[in-house]
Design a protein around this ligand. Structure first.
Ligand code: AMP
Length: 423
């Protein structure tokens, strides 16, 4: 039979409460911190990513899903591998920098699918989901600390505590050329020992060599000079201010001078949040500053800072207790147990009434014996079972059983409604 394509997967109903919880927590954070949602197309001109993400990156070099659209003059199009380039394109295209209602910065967020032809493994898929934020229009390091504070809040809300914040500064257009020369000179001395990918990176963008996951290269990389030691004064000051803003917020971090991130557009601050409970694919959040990106894709100068987290990996990071709580919390308020044909008919009407009052009602279409029906109520994790038989219909008093305590009382429909709505 026809199955999902390699690297893609179905998100099944049993897991949806976790996905929805992450989305809800993120949207709540975005509301509190004043970020507005933006939705950009799933595919864009290939050139946007080639220029925006960088020709030398693994993403552009070997992972993009590119196709020619017959309708658009043989233009090469690509399923978005990430969303920052698209959001910055939209910011320029709609001249959002002129939008006075936005104030000094434009804070945008997105939620959606991205596509990369990577080797699939746990936590790494070819279609995956990202939630991200881009703050455009200013380069104050306080913005960076505030964005990380927002992520910190989200992680706490999701009960994810086993994480590490890694930070670095990758310098800017002023400090980078001199550093790259230093780096290339050091790497050249043992270039034959690096893997083929690293040799390619050495030619195209030597900074990318730090991204190599090959253990052999990792050992060689440890001896290469880091950009953090070659920052110009302005970038060094920016990094010091960023750290001071984190300190003031009580946010713990580790400086990792070899973390450069896999995309070309980063300048100055780069960061990652690593999850302790994930395996090899343990980066939950990645982000940084990208002050030159707008110009790279043909726009006016525009400062920018942002992050994306993998929704897939955030869901995987939710601790088992919390995951279990979320799965059962979304259960039905009440499961209706009916006995006999008349009670079945009455159940439909009562279910409709309870549902229109805002309650979640589970009702099955085949009659079961009392014991079996109660087992079903448990299976649905229903908070209450409502018992309807001929006697109940005659008196208008129904049995309401609390499925947690086992207590049962006899109540009329109005009392049942207010009890269930009251919690
Ligand atoms: P990046 O856009 O590469 O900076 O990635 C940002 C975040 O997106 C990562 O930290 C992951 O959580 C997530 N991510 C990136 N690539 C994948 C993938 N192939 N599968 C699942 N999640 C991914």
């Amino acid at each position: 039979m026809i199955q999902t394509v390699k690297g893609t997967r179905d998100i099944l109903p049993a897991d949806m409460p976790l996905w929805l919880r992450v989305e809800a927590v993120a949207r709540e954070a975005f509301r509190r911190y004043g970020c507005s949602e933006i939705r950009t197309p799933i595919f864009e001109k290939t050139e946007l990513f080639a220029r925006g993400v960088g020709e030398a990156t693994d993403i552009v070099h070997k992972e993009m899903y590119t196709f020619i659209d017959k309708d658009s003059d043989q233009t090469s199009l690509t399923l978005r591998p990430e969303n920052t380039a698209s959001v910055v394109r939209a910011y320029i295209q709609h001249k959002m920098y002129n939008d006075k209602a936005q104030g000094e910065v434009t804070k945008l967020y997105y939620i959606g699918q991205m596509f990369r032809r990577e080797r699939p493994q746990a936590g790494r898929y070819r279609q995956f989901y990202q939630i991200g934020v881009e703050v455009l229009g200013h380069d104050d390091p306080a913005i960076e600390a505030e964005v990380i504070e927002m992520l910190d809040w989200m992680l706490k809300e999701l009960k994810i505590t086993d994480t590490t914040l890694l930070i670095n500064s990758v310098g800017d257009a002023t400090s980078r050329p001199a550093y790259l020369e230093k780096l290339r000179a050091a790497a050249a001395q043992q270039l034959d020992k690096f893997c083929d990918d690293c040799k390619h990176r050495y030619e195209t963008n030597a900074l990318r060599m730090f991204d190599c996951k090959n253990p052999n290269c990792q050992a060689l990389i440890a001896d290469l000079p880091t950009i953090t030691d070659s920052l110009d004064d302005a970038s060094a000051q920016h990094f010091a201010d960023f750290k001071a803003h984190l300190d003031a917020r009580g946010i713990a971090y580790t400086v990792n001078p070899r973390m450069v991130r896999g995309l070309d557009y980063y300048t100055r601050t780069a960061f990652e949040i690593i999850g302790g409970s994930l395996g090899a694919q343990n980066t939950i959040v990645g982000g940084g500053r990208y002050d030159g990106l707008s110009e790279t894709i043909g726009g006016p100068p525009a400062k920018g800072f942002g992050f994306a987290f993998g929704l897939d990996r955030m869901v995987l990071s939710i601790p088992p207790d919390e995951a279990e709580r979320l799965r059962t919390a979304s259960a039905a308020d009440v499961f209706i147990v009916y006995l006999g044909e008349a009670a079945r008919e009455k159940s439909f009407l009562i279910a409709r009434e309870l549902r229109s009052a805002g309650l979640s009602v589970a009702l099955e279409f085949e009659e079961r014996k009392m014991k079996k029906a109660m087992a079903q109520a448990n299976k649905f994790h229903a908070r209450y079972a409502l018992i309807i038989g001929d006697n109940e219909i005659a008196t208008g008093m129904y049995g309401l059983k609390n499925m947690t305590t086992g207590e049962q009382e006899s109540l009329d429909l109005e009392s049942i409604k207010s009890k269930l709505l009251g919690g």
